[in-house]
Design a protein around this ligand. Structure first.
Ligand code: 6PG
Length: 467
């Protein structure tokens, strides 16, 4: 083992930890990995690269690192993070920097941040997106905590991050748990986009009768069009991947019951806490929940058998679906950005939304060409309440909403559920309703519970004896 002090340490040599370690080493920094499992460190020891070290000994790991130490944990969110902190803490020195690179629940990060800051240890929650490939060749990273702590590792993270137009997809996101919060919302948007794409698949497969080959051609064309994004790219690939014997698409053999690790649910829960509507994300979480009830769905399918004829399809109709998806993608991003804006105010994060759009353009799962437009919007008007009211984007929404409504009508007639697309249109309709009929709700609340109401013609709160 080298006696030179090492620039950066990572705890947890699972898929993400190992790949990020190698990525940082490729960028000219010396690194050391720590894992209790000798099998996990073996491949790293075997690289023979002098800048890459790995050990099962926490003592060796800590004594190898240059002071102040820069350590990132890449262990499963939850108890494992607390366990690593507990183990390392007695051996850390004032000024050392500990980072959590997992999908931690942001209130956990706040708790850890406070506890460690009081002990003189710098702490950052770093949202990391891009999976295995991203970790190895350039993820998008969302570090939150203190700007001072970011300065200690900024050059290392910037070197390892994905680049778009030579700009790294990482920047200081904001105070305390801002990094984990923004990553949580990233995942909420990820759920929404994936759900919307799967609804387009359902509509075109069951509603239009498109074959797998047709669907492959559609997603191939969308991948390079206005919807160009990582998720569209992998969707096109999935429609091209057959079983080894060539008999069928692997997709057709995959159980229709989607799992989840919780980040989408946290996004919806927090949206409700903040009273920021995020219905497209809510619907995406709801569909994953519904999908888990496979047996009940099959039984109900037999009761309510639906037999509708596929509608006639032509290029114009496919274009309408593309526009409907584009419209819905924009509303999903609008909901996510609105949440971050509200959270930044409520939790005093100090997030710059143009920066968020900038670092989501590459490396992460929701990277998409349209983020360039969102970045422009926030750069031009950092205080904009909702991207949907930007002049140029509003023009697109007005144009594409017609196609979203058209597709939804087909879905309704054919009994094909399109909840996320419908939620997107409802979100748009609600947001642009200068008047909503909730005066009636106020009156009803006052009627049965004397909850009082406000009036449009005079100040104050009022109660009526309604009987
Ligand atoms: C990413 C992903 C990553 C993970 C998801 C999966 O940005 O790289 O979001 O964090 O793949 O958390 O989440 P579910 O298991 O909840 O779908």
């Amino acid at each position: 083992m080298s006696t030179e002090s090492v620039d950066f340490g990572i705890v947890g040599m699972g898929v993400m930890g190992k790949n990020l370690l190698l990525n940082i080493a490729d960028n000219g920094f010396s690194v050391i990995g720590l894992d209790k499992d000798p099998e996990k460190i073996a491949p790293l020891v075997e690289t023979g690269q002098s800048s890459v070290q790995a050990t099962t000994s926490a003592n060796e790991f800590l004594s190898s690192l240059e002071s102040p130490r820069k350590i990132m944990m890449l262990v499963p969110a939850g108890a494992a993070v607390d366990a690593v902190i507990e183990e390392l803490l007695p051996h850390l020195d004032e000024g050392d920097l500990l980072m959590d690179g997992g999908n931690s629940y942001f209130p956990d990060t706040d708790r850890r941040y406070q506890m460690l800051t009081e002990k003189g240890i710098q702490y950052m929650g770093v949202g990391i997106s891009g999976g295995e490939e991203g970790a190895r060749h350039g993820p998008s990273m969302m570090p939150g905590g203190s700007a001072k702590a970011y300065d200690m590792v900024g050059p290392i993270l910037e070197a390892a991050a994905a680049k778009v137009d030579s700009e790294p997809c990482v920047t200081f996101i904001g105070k305390k748990s801002a990094g984990n919060y923004v990553k949580m919302v990233h995942n909420g948007i990820e759920y929404a986009l994936m759900q919307l794409i799967s609804e387009s698949y359902h509509l075109m497969k069951s509603g239009f009768g498109l074959t797998d080959t047709d669907l492959k051609a559609v997603y191939d064309s969308w991948e390079t069009g206005e919807l160009s994004s990582f998720l569209m790219e992998i969707t096109a690939d999935i429609f091209g991947k057959k079983e080894e014997d060539g008999s069928d698409l692997i997709l057709n053999r995959i159980l229709d019951s989607a799992r989840q690790k919780g980040t989408g649910k946290w996004t919806s829960q927090n949206a409700m806490d903040l009273q920021v509507p995020a219905p497209t994300i809510d619907m995406a979480v709801m569909v994953r929940d519904m999908s888990a009830h496979k047996k009940e769905r099959i039984a109900a399918d037999a009761v309510f058998k639906n037999e509708t004829e596929p509608v006639q399809v032509d290029e114009e109709l496919i274009k309408k679906v593309e526009h409907a998806l584009h419209f819905s993608f924009i509303t999903a991003f609008a909901q996510g950005f609105s949440m971050i804006k509200a959270a930044s105010e409520a939790y005093n994060y100090g997030v710059n939304l143009a920066d968020v759009a900038k670092i989501w353009r590459g490396g992460c799962i929701i990277r998409a060409d349209m983020l360039e437009e969102f970045r422009r919007i926030f750069a031009e008007d950092p205080s904009i309440n909702n991207i949907m009211v930007d002049d140029r984007l509003a023009g697109k929404l007005v144009e594409y909403q017609k196609d979203a409504r058209y597709c939804i009508k087909i879905g309704l007639d054919a009994q094909i559920p399109l909840p996320a697309m419908m939620a997107s249109v409802s979100y748009f309709d609600l947001y642009k309703s200068g008047w909503l009929p909730v005066n009636l709700i106020q009156a009803q609340r006052d009627y049965f519970g004397a909850h009082t109401y406000e009036r449009t013609d005079k100040e104050g709160t009022f109660h009526t004896n309604w009987k």
